[in-house]
Design a protein around this ligand. Sequence first.
Ligand code: SF4
Length: 223
Amino acid sequence: MHIVSFSRLQLFQQCPYRYYLRYVKKLPEPPSEALELGKAVHTAVELIHGGMPRWEAVDRAVQNAALPVSAAEVAALVRKADIVSGKGEVEAEFMLNLDRNVWLYGLVDWIVLKNDGAVITDWKTNRIEKDVLATFQLDLYAAAAFEVFGARKVMARYVFVRTGSVREKAFDAPPEEALVWAKETAAEIIEKGEEEENFRPKYGFWCKHCPFAMQCYALWGRM
Ligand code: SF4
């Protein structure tokens, strides 16, 4: 059985060699401020959903972060996440079958099921919205809402908590293009096996933020 996730598929598509180091060789990536801020916001929102007062949830989330994050910034971002305590489910896990023995694992930030429909929400702390909108993440989560959570129509939303802007997409059926992308990308990863030379680096602006840049340069000799 092979299990992939949207973030793994996306990382492989961006740079197969970084994928190899992170997920085949299992090298840890050091925490980044952006990542820790995003995690703190998600933790606080989850605690608020569970009934904790907002200030306490923010305080707890900030204390749990692996790097110092600003409580004021987390509080401001959480204020724009339109969570309702106790409504629906947060961090809803799913396993979506992509192919015979290939599964997509994911966590929906917030899902509200009503009658035969579902509203799914993903909170984003990203500064650049277009990079997020260009991916298949929301489509794959919508597919899971149909096939795992049993919805017959889905409204999928990104809430960008820096600006409060909301981008919605309505689905009447599982989005075929996203599922084909996920299935084909997963097949490509599986076919490569575990040999380092099968995972070629793909250079781009993302190299600036790559924690494995020195290792990559040492092996492949180019930045
Ligand atoms: S430095 Fe760039 S090309 Fe090399 S592994 Fe990192 S992302 Fe890939």
